[in-house]
Design a protein around this ligand. Structure first.
Ligand SMILES: Cc1cc2nc3c(=O)[nH]c(=O)nc-3n(C[C@H](O)[C@H](O)[C@H](O)COP(=O)(O)O)c2cc1C
Length: 223
């Protein structure tokens, strides 16, 4: 699907997009809203791992902008943050060799095994950040998610947040990725504590002036 196709699909939403600055989501309280202050951390400093997965530069990426706002908020609230940028790292997809027996280590000694996984294992909260690619997560993020296989049990019990940006602003834009995320949370025995689904945010200027950026910041401050 090319950019023109996205435009066609979202033509109905385009007017809303211009009127609202950025595609607004429905009134669901669970998504695109911040938790009660202190309700996630209980007022304690948490170890947070943020996984970015856009190949766009830091200054151009819409999803990394959301992540940066979240990080600003969470740091201001005293949390310890580690950011992993999947698109900049040397990472390999799971080979399904099962040498790990789902209990590590992985045969690959790459940035996932050596850098990210140790941080994930000690983290309280994991934040998955992706541009919407063909109504799912980016390949860069999927590589990492598949590599959870080597430590599935050890990663149980974490808290999680999901953030995604998309060009389209139709109300079903994020549906498939939402379902995937919710299923992943269930399987990994995680507790979801926040979701930002930034539809109608296909350009940096749109996400910067959107309500989604403020929600991302507030989720960080309110943890
Ligand atoms: C390969 C590719 C696939 C995409 N698929 C979708 C899609 O399915 N739906 C959509 O609304 N936008 C889609 N987009 C647009 C991006 O989600 C959008 O531009 C997003 O803001 C990019 O985020 P980033 O700057 O953080 O990478 C796609 C873009 C690319 C390059």
């Amino acid at each position: 699907m090319n950019r023109r196709e996205f435009l066609k699909i979202s033509s109905m939403g385009a007017m809303t997009l211009f009127l609202s600055g950025c595609g607004l989501f429905g009134s669901d309280q669970k998504v695109n809203s911040a938790p009660e202050k202190g309700s996630v951390s209980g007022g304690k400093s948490m170890k947070i791992v943020v996984i970015n997965s856009s190949p766009h530069s830091d200054s151009e990426s819409t999803s990394k902008y959301l992540a940066a706002r979240f990080v600003d908020g969470a740091r201001s609230a005293g949390h310890e943050i580690f950011v992993f940028d999947a698109a900049k790292e040397d990472i390999h997809p799971c080979q399904g060799c099962d040498k790990c027996g789902m209990d590590g280590p992985c045969i690959f000694k790459d940035a996932i095994e050596n850098t990210l996984m140790p941080k994930m294992l000690e983290a309280d909260l994991i934040v998955l950040v992706t541009p919407l690619y063909y109504f799912g997560m980016s390949a860069q993020l999927k590589i990492i998610v598949d590599r959870f296989y080597s430590r599935t049990g050890k990663l149980h019990g974490k808290k999680s947040i999901m953030m995604s940006t998309a060009y389209n602003s139709a109300d079903w834009t994020m549906e498939a990725l939402m379902n995937h995320y919710n299923t992943l949370v269930r399987y990994m025995e995680w507790t979801d504590v926040g979701q930002v689904w930034a539809t109608g945010c296909g350009a940096r200027s749109l996400v910067e002036r959107s309500e989604f950026a403020d929600v991302a910041y507030k989720i960080g401050t309110n943890l």
